[in-house]
Design a binder for this molecule. Structure first.
Ligand code: DQA
Length: 157
């Protein structure tokens, strides 16, 4: 069965293309979704791509990810910097997660430098625009294949 990656986008990411182009560029979220789908296909992964402006909906989707998907790519938008609930939901999901930000959050206002999500993620990709989602898919494909190999060889990860 093809492993599925849940790609979850938080508030205001539906406005990409219109929203602060000097920070986020001209890419739209549907353009990023299309690029993710074709890249995931090349990696042998399926994609479940979602966006919500509502914290509780993101929490519910992360809870439902537990045991359902092989990996998660999360751009929680502004909730990155505020949401203990999203951190807790990631801990419930117990699924390898790559945190993504289009902009380099360390080059911006100081309040963006702290992420609640990071402590539950394998790693973070920040500052490469929409290409960061493809880098995150590469990272997950690597993690998942390493996991399968180590399981086959009887080693634990
Ligand atoms: C963002 C960075 C956040 O600080 C911001 O609130 C966003 C987008 C990014 O992708 O660069 O909404 O997550």
């Amino acid at each position: 069965m093809t492993p599925t990656v849940l790609i979850l986008n938080g508030p205001n990411l539906n406005m990409l293309g219109v929203r602060q182009p000097e920070v986020y560029g001209s890419e739209t979220l549907s353009g990023i979704e299309a690029a993710c789908r074709s890249h995931a296909g090349r990696l042998g992964l399926a994609v479940d791509f979602r966006q919500s402006n509502h914290e509780g909906e993101l929490v519910t989707w992360l809870q439902e990810a537990r045991g359902r998907v092989a990996g998660i790519i999360l751009n929680a938008g502004a909730y990155t910097h505020t949401s203990v609930a999203i951190l807790d939901a990631l801990l419930v999901a117990e699924t390898p997660t790559v945190e993504v930000h289009l902009s380099n959050i360390h080059k911006r206002e100081p309040f963006r430098a702290h992420s609640y999500v990071s402590s539950a993620a394998v790693g973070m990709i920040s500052g490469f625009g929409g290409h960061g989602y493809l880098l995150a898919l590469d990272a997950l494909a690597h993690i998942l294949s390493a996991h399968i190999v180590s399981k086959d060889s009887g080693k634990t990860t």
